[in-house]
Write a protein that binds this ligand. Structure first.
Ligand code: NDP
Length: 254
């Protein structure tokens, strides 16, 4: 028997990794999920199929961030999917998760082009997506931004990426104030190193060293982050807004 559809969600970048785990978790709770991706259609289809196999409902939406019209393309796809599958085009949960991650780029190797791309995908797109999604967002809704522990721990190789995430965190602060009267909460989740299949994590020495950065002595699984997002998306989190939630497993506590 299919579960009742009460809420809808858009999870950006949910074809893979943490976004996929968030989409699957929300799907298990009966939320109709828009699975957004940039290029990897096969992976997006995999996420949609896995949600449906688990008794949920989902559809995929393609839109590459950082190109002209990116947010228009995403909102068009979102509306089309909601019109087809939901009672109306209202949105309850927006998760700004999609990002490009620069690992191993030396500080000196950060070109103006890379800097602009990081800002365009990781900060500009979620800002305008959030701004433009407001008319769709129902009162009492949820906006959750996925940042990074790198706004708190220094790693000079990734300063530009960290700057893009620091900008993203401002959405949490300022939109929370703006949307309070509509009971829409806006929060940020900051993961630490999470095992999303990066090849370097297969190297035992690297894996061990990175695992030991967390108090729990292991890497995060995507589900560890998805569970925190699901809590923030729930009614139990109605009194939390404008907050940055550290979900790094106690990384670099000292
Ligand atoms: P992945 O690289 O596994 O997945 C990235 C997702 O974003 C994919 O769905 C991808 O789509 C999409 N995406 C990438 N580029 C673009 C683009 N230009 N336009 C639109 N969508 C795009 O990411 P993770 O799961 O590792 O990370 C998820 C979030 O968590 C990110 O915000 C990241 O910064 C943050 N984070 C991750 C950590 C980690 O250790 N993994 C640690 C701390 C924070 P497609 O499949 O089509 O390429």
């Amino acid at each position: 028997m299919s579960r009742p559809i009460n809420r809808t969600a858009l999870v950006t970048g949910s074809s893979r990794g943490i976004g996929r785990a968030i989409a699957e978790r929300l799907g298990r709770e009966g939320v109709l999920v828009a699975v957004h991706y940039a290029r990897n259609e096969e992976a997006a289809e995999h996420t949609v199929k896995s949600i449906i196999a688990d008794g949920g409902r989902a559809f995929q939406v393609r839109a590459e961030f950082g190109v002209p019209g990116d947010v228009d393309t995403l909102l068009e796809g979102l509306r089309a999917g909601l019109e087809e599958l939901a009672e109306d085009v209202g949105l309850d949960i927006l998760v700004n998760n999609a990002a490009i991650i620069t690992s191993g780029t030396a500080l000196e190797g950060t070109t103006p082009e890379l800097f602009d791309r990081l800002m365009a995908v990781n900060a500009r797109a979620p800002f305008f997506l959030t701004q433009r999604a407001l008319p769709l967002l129902r009162d009492g809704g949820r906006i959750i931004n996925i940042s990074s522990g790198l706004t708190r721990f220094a790693n000079p190789q990734e300063v530009a990426y960290a700057m893009s995430k620091a900008a993203l965190e401002m959405i949490g602060l300022h939109f929370a104030r703006y949307l309070g009267p509509r009971r829409i909460t806006v929060n940020t989740v900051s993961p630490g190193i999470t095992d999303t299949g990066h090849p370097s994590l297969l190297v035992p020495q690297i894996r061990e060293a990175l695992s030991n950065l967390a108090a729990f002595g292991r890497l995060a699984e995507p589900a560890d982050i998805a569970d925190v997002v699901a809590f923030l998306a729930s009614d139990d989190a109605r009194w939390i807004t404008g907050s940055v939630i550290d979900a790094s497993g106690g990384t670099m506590l000292g």
